[in-house]
Design a protein around this ligand. Structure first.
Ligand code: ADP
Ligand code: MG
Length: 350
């Protein structure tokens, strides 16, 4: 059946007008108001390709500058395309089949649905092999990783709370849009003049494929990644990696990762610092947590960690609730000595 490509909006569910001379309906489609809607995957891919044309940037239009760094995805370059941009060029060594290419396109399609001030601005992508790249706004600030772990900046409680609130705002927006980040970590959070900008959401499958799963350590786990993984992910890590299947990510696994970011902001280091991956996997998989006895913080601050790191995904709060909790944390007044109000019991919060 021929379809006219009248996809003017950016919705994945954009209907395609049915040509008058060809109104035959296949058993995979529904006709509503003269529009043909897809019911099955293959047709969805056609829709996806049509709606993605407007985001396709011809590689030749990009001016590629200095390399900023390399990650699991491939290399990231400073560049110019109607202004300063960051260009993530996919490592083609690992994109050698149609399935991976489709996965890349699907992941790009999640990017383009996002408009929030705490999320990096997606500008487009180069989607013609062998040139695959993602173009976003260039973050001029530092990542939280650089600030916390390299520059050893100390974040006071007020700043920690403000940063966490912005992360929770951006993440709450993503979840409301049905998008999982899957790779929330301080390396993917920029701080620009006090404003949080989250990057690399929804790109995990591509990064995983690019990494080839076998660098880092014996389990193919990149250093600094493990402590963001919720118990349900850690527990399925081994079996799933072998088959290159998807890990059981969910909104709650993003919340777990947020908990780790909260810990890094508070302590200036990662949980389970210095421990070998096998020891971390064993502990997290069994429901053990980084002890907080040495953490100088009020009970309600520690409670956020305990909630986010809950062993069962269902016990972790969503970002709306976290925003609520963060909003209730006492704001330190400069004129008075700090006082910790009575801890809010969990039952009183819910
Ligand atoms: P990772 O997130 O593991 O550091 P990436 O491939 O995402 O790996 O990033 C590689 C490098 O590029 C990092 O130094 C990162 O800070 C930098 N980078 C990524 N995206 C941007 C961006 N939008 N603006 C500026 N720098 C960026
Ligand atoms: Mg990144």
């Amino acid at each position: 059946a021929s379809v006219s490509g009248s996809t003017s909006t950016d919705s994945d569910r954009t209907p395609v007008r049915v040509d008058s001379q060809d109104s035959q309906v296949s058993d995979t489609e529904t006709i509503t108001d003269g529009h043909r809607w897809p019911r099955q995957n293959s047709v969805c891919i056609i829709f996806l390709s049509l709606s993605m044309r407007e985001w396709d940037i011809p590689y030749d239009e990009l001016q590629i500058g200095d390399e900023i760094g390399a990650g699991r995805f491939g290399k990231v370059y400073r560049g110019y395309w109607h202004g300063d941009v960051a260009i993530k060029v996919l490592n083609m060594e690992y994109v050698n089949d149609e399935k991976t290419l489709e996965q890349f396109k699907m992941e790009v399609s999640t990017f383009r649905k996002t408009r929030h001030e705490n999320l990096v601005l997606f500008m487009g992508a180069c989607m013609k092999p062998p040139r695959l790249a993602i173009v976003t706004s260039l973050s001029k600030g530092n990542t939280l990783y650089t600030l916390i772990h390299l520059r050893k900046d100390k974040f006071n409680m007020n700043k920690t709370t403000i940063v966490a609130q912005q992360i929770a705002q951006g993440m709450g927006y993503l979840h409301a849009k049905g998008i999982l980040h899957k790779d929330l970590k301080t390396k993917n959070i920029f701080l620009e003049n006090g404003k949080v900008v989250i990057t690399d959401f929804g790109l995990f499958s591509v990064t995983k494929l690019c990494h080839g799963n076998r660098k880092g350590d014996s389990l193919g786990i990149p250093p600094g990644w493990l402590c963001y993984l919720a118990p349900e992910l850690v527990r399925s890590l081994h079996a799933h990696q072998a088959h290159n299947e998807d890990l059981p990510f969910g909104k709650a696994s993003d919340v777990y990762a947020f908990g780790t970011v909260w810990y890094e902001l508070l302590c200036g280091e990662w949980p389970f610092k210095g421990q070998p991956p096998e020891a971390i996997i064993w502990q997290v998989g069994k429901g053990m947590k980084q002890p907080l006895a040495n953490l100088q913080a009020s009970r309600d601050v520690k409670d956020i960690l305990m909630l986010c790191w809950s062993f069962h995904a269902k016990d972790r709060p969503d970002f709306i609730r976290l925003l609520n909790i963060l909003d209730k944390l006492p704001k330190k007044r400069l004129a008075r000595s700090p006082s910790h109000p009575i801890h809010l019991s969990r039952s009183a919060e819910s």
